[in-house]
Design a protein around this ligand. Sequence first.
Ligand code: IVH
Length: 676
Amino acid sequence: MSATIEEKVENLRDQLRYHSHRYYVLDDPDIPDAEYDRLYIELLAYEKSHPELVVIDSPTQRVGSKPLTAFDQIQHQKPMLSLDNVFNGEELQAFNQRVKTRLKTSDEIEYVAEPKLDGLAISIRYVEGVLIYAATRGDGSTGEDVTQNIRTMQSVPLRLLGSDYPEILEVRGEVFMSKAGFSSLNEKAKKDGAKEFANPRNAAAGSLRQLDPNITAQRPLSLYCYAVGVVEGGKLATTQYEILQQLKTFGLPICKEVTSVLGAEGCLAYYEELSKKRDDLSYDIDGIVYKVNEIALQDRLGFVSRAPRWAIAHKFPAQEEISKILEVDFQVGRTGAITPVARLSPVFVGGVTVSNATLHNMDEIRRKDIRVGDQVIVRRAGDVIPEIVRVVPNSRKSELPEINMLSNCPVCDSVVEQVDGEAVARCTGGLFCRAQRAEAIKHYASRKAIDIDGLGDKLVEQLVDENLINTSADLYGLSVEVLSSLDRMGKKSAENLVEALENSKSPVLAKFVYALGIREVGETTALNLANEYKTLAAIKNASFDQLIEVQDIGPIVARHIVNFFQQEHNLEVIEQLISAGIKVQVVKDLARDEHSMSEFFGKTLVITGSLPTMSRDEAKEKLLAVGAKVTGSVSTKTDYLLAGDKAGSKLTKAEKLGVRIIDESTMVAWLSNKEI
Ligand code: IVH
């Protein structure tokens, strides 16, 4: 018996619902887009020839309504609550204690930990599985009817999947915009000369509050459900966690990061974990919400005013705040690059007080149209240098002058040049410029370069300012007397520094090359150069054509290397360093002699734990000197793990990957047996 039109249409709708759930909610489609489109067009055709079969929850009925003149009000049958906040571990412990006291228990409480999404709360009502209306939170009792707009969101089912849902089910959740969706929306707005949104939350709110659903339909809105409101004619599970799992089976989107944890300790561990992940999440969150898992316990705890006693929001320090640009200064770096820096009225953001933010370069200033006096959004995420995200839209009340690059270096007054095709402007003073000299010496002394203990940035600046040193070679001429005459420098520190300088005189080639501060030559390039050429003289004499043959070296870097060694001044500094007693350890060319070839030549090692007789850096230098490569993390490319005491996760990982593990004595034996 062939199917009736009604059956065919219902079957097409079921297929489309299933596939759209896989695509938009699970992010795991199992048919090609073209196949979905074909089913959709087929349904459209049936509905066109049989308009009497069109129903409100048909996948074709997402957009189509006419623009409204205003939103209706909807009274929430069950109020939409808000949450109390805590801002640190102590306050969270106190919350946990209050819960335990009220429940008269000393047992650890089970909580569900969920990201606190940064969007706006919504309540969606399903009757017999069909979406009937959706309302914003409003004041918690009455919200706005945004049904037309919510219907345009592809991840929101117009009909729930399966048949186990209660007759009336109100789901509550957060409508938000992903970071990527937000950037593309703003990029488009910029191109069209339209108004940009300040952040994803504003963009989500602005998009949901459009009177014309056709506009909302084009906005990348997402939903995660986190609670239920009214439930009638059917029962849900007895814990928050299981309820969310049930909602998932109804086809509703649930955040993947939701998990259950035990006690305040479990909550705090989750907080730490998610803080680390925060920047990698595809959406903004502003904290964590912990909810008592057992609904029966939630009921016993009840509410105070508008917030439940069984849930709390643990807020992250805000990553974005508004501040004002007081001034723009220009800083000169080691290679002469001039970086504009905004001086801000101090603002607490990302857990610290910020009063400076990098503006990167002039292109960036023009692109963001930043001016002195502007209200700006300052962002500090993780350990990243604070930066200006954008000017607060529509905040500039009067015309402000544009910021211009200086024509002369603020430190040495040399001409500033802007190379075509480069965003960066540079001081042409070279090592004549005090700022560049100081930066070059700081780089020479830094941990990854020659690593001179006790020679911090401030001290280098002081030494350069007082004309006690001009180049890194001059460091070796500093005496205890001269050093201890400096402000805030005791005799003991001066002696320690002179000793550290003495100890720094036999660097391995790779570190020495890195320490020279050749433009674009980072640690890895320096190591490749050292392994390839073995001596400083050979690197110095290498031609452009030879250099571009070396691993990781392209024409730009090769040109910088050649230029560096062509400059008289640089050759002089190298000469002076050598006269001061620097003996660069040559990479022994062990590869050519079968018998003398070190086991470690060309091998990749990772060092972990504390070694019995030497520091990890010392071991690293010994290994580099015989042509090994030393990296920071264990992978399938690692040949050996040199492990000392208290080796932790790297050891576990090496064991898992079957990487050979050696100890210090094995390393020493291999080095002495097989070295020349
Ligand atoms: S539960 C019964 N869970 O935070 C408590 N709210 O500050 C109702 N929010 O209005 C809220 N993520 O818009 C809950 N996982 C989450 C949340 C969340 C974000 C928002 C929600 C609420 C506000 C309260």
